[in-house]
Write a new protein. Sequence first.
Length: 294
Amino acid sequence: MFYHDNKLQYQVRVEKPNPAFAKLLQQAIGGIEGEIRVCLQYLFQAWGNRGPNKYRDMLLDTGTEEIAHIEMLCTAVALNLEGATHELRDKIAGENPLVSNILGGMDPRHVLSSGLAAMAVDANGVPFNGSWVVGSGNIAADMYANVMAESTGRVLATRLYGLTDDPGMKDMLSFLITRDAMHQNQWLAVLEDLGGVSANLPIPNTFPMADHVEAFDYAFVSTNIEKPTVAPDARWASGPSIDGKGQFRYVPAEPFGGEPQLGPPDVKGFAQEQQMTGGMDKGIIENIKDTLLP
């Protein structure tokens, strides 16, 4: 179950409303780097968790905190839109260019669809996409996905911080930037709790290494057409692998598989007659004729 109170997790104040900045804040709500994504990601990982309950409880705590961050950002959007209708009316009365110019950079749907409130969309007005939510059922894979989600979210928040001179907005974004840093450390701490890199890589660690194709284990395959003979001075090209289970090697790419040979199209798929050939044989059409005609 979820409960709520009527107060924000952290203060949200806007000294000078800015409808254009409200549009930018939408990216932090409904964009791929946004709070809806991390909120649902942590909650779905929790709801599907199989294993020690401490991981489920931790994910629920953080996913629920992210709901609070969505609320803060929605409040910030609404506060930045206050007074926008009068500004919009004045602009329309005095000008008649394209709508984007009339609105001075704000999202017209903030007026037309939401009544000066936030929406579950990104800065371009594209609705949130649930396919961005990662919940694999593998705790280590999910933690790495969570580090990426918090990292890109923090990059976005720092960019938004640089795009506003409003002290209230900077203060709110500083809070979100701080929490993003903590959550990056939190997910990495889970990986350490699971035994660290060597214990978890490669993911999943339940697949037997004996079933790998040994010739390609820890081989960096270079597809450079010039085929340099000397390996680059790079961590991934030589030396012990990160998981400590092998040695990196630098290998020029070679075609080991030969040319693919596909069968002719299925006659029920309605390809062109010219496609209905099987190479050396007569092809489907000819074989059908041979079968049906005396």
